[in-house]
Design a binder for this molecule. Sequence first.
Ligand code: B12
Ligand code: SF4
Ligand code: SF4
Length: 372
Amino acid sequence: MNQLESLRLAALDLGFDAAAWVTPKVPTQEIQGFETWLENGQQAGMDYLERSVARRADVRTTFAPTKSALVLMVSHNHPIPEKPSGGTRVGRVARYAWSKDYHSTLKPVLQQLEQVALSMGIKAKACIDHAPILERGFAVRAGLGWVGRSSQIISTELGALTTLAVLLTDLELETENPHPDRCGKCTACVTDCPTDAIMTNRTIDSRVCIAYYTVEHRGAVPLELRRKFGQHLFGCDDCLDVCPWTKHTGRFSNLLEPIPALVFPDLEPWFLQSGTWFEKHFAQTAFSRARRKGMARNAAIVLGNLADEQHLWLLKQSITDVGWEVREASAWALGCFEHHKAQKLLETALQDPDPRVQSTAARALAGEFRAT
Ligand code: B12
Ligand code: SF4
Ligand code: SF4
């Protein structure tokens, strides 16, 4: 067995669900596609992506000896665990965030793979989002799947709910095995996206994507999108859940174990506890990226969309939160209720020190956000 195959099998032994080799050359067309995406402003507030074009075009800027890449895929198509009791557990969390943060969970496994490579005399560097790499293009050319209309890599074996990582190595390799497109006439993800964020060129416009707003975005969420968020608390899997290739797969990796308290988080402490408490409690989870204020803002939007009177006491707390974005989202949420208590709270919010909160409270009182 050659070294390429030995290392690939070692990756599968370590728990990756799929692994395949590819030459590290990035086609000009792909980097141009990335640039066009940026020129169109589809990155929304993710400015850091603009600074990485040159590095994405040549992975040797990340690891100079690179002559090949082993693309690794892990499924996060977990079964749904049992809901814990107590607390206010409403809203939906995207599956990638059901386990401890995949970056920290997979890091030691990737380090083990680097060690295996080293013991074989191979120079190797593992990357999982830390380095600017067009991972999806690598996955297609390695033959692991194709870029679906949802822009997600779809695998015939693992479906759409997967995470990607790359091991750059100095092993010589020239061949490529690009996966053919298997979307056919299906457009399920496009029609199912609640915000029409999927473009015809198979890219996402982050400016309207729920995954972007609930995970990456700081500050207020555009008013016109909030109803469309439905119960999405963190991330969004709508375009992946609906994919027929996901429906036909049942496998999930043991590397990423779902934690019930992350699948069904209790919203109460996000409104009642401090940012420091949140950081300690949710360290090494994907939630830490949005921080307490982001999660409380998202939670307020979900509570508004539910408009269930039993949650009004939480919005009474959050309308005086230290974060203006939490108070602003709470004013919007209170505007979704018909209840007199909501009206009273909104009247107080008219005196809020932040004009953005005052403005939303006034529009809420005018009945602008009520379900029609
Ligand atoms: C920025 C980002 C986002 C943004 C923008 C998403 C997007 N689709 O561009 C936001 C915040 C919205 C997002 C959301 C999600 N993300 Co994200 N995200 C990224 C990140 C950091 C960069 C992606 C990027 O550069 N986008 C810009 C576009 C232009 O580049 P691209 O998607 O890579 O597209 C290239 C390929 O399509 C390639 N290409 C190659 N062959 C072909 C063939 C054809 C026909 C076409 C059209 C294109 C094509 O050309 C394009 C470049 O020009 C990557 C990590 C990384 N290092 O790549 C993760 C990543 C793409 N995200 C991931 C995940 C899991 C998600 C979510 C599912 C999380 C969730 N549940 O909430 C959602 C899915 C939303 C969606 N439908 O894409 C995974 C995807 C894994 C996979 N199997 O595809 C990645 C790879 C992270 C990882 N390490 O696993 N994400
Ligand atoms: S993640 Fe949600 S909002 Fe974003 S493209 Fe997919 S379905 Fe649309
Ligand atoms: S839902 Fe249909 S169109 Fe979308 S990625 Fe899956 S197969 Fe392709």
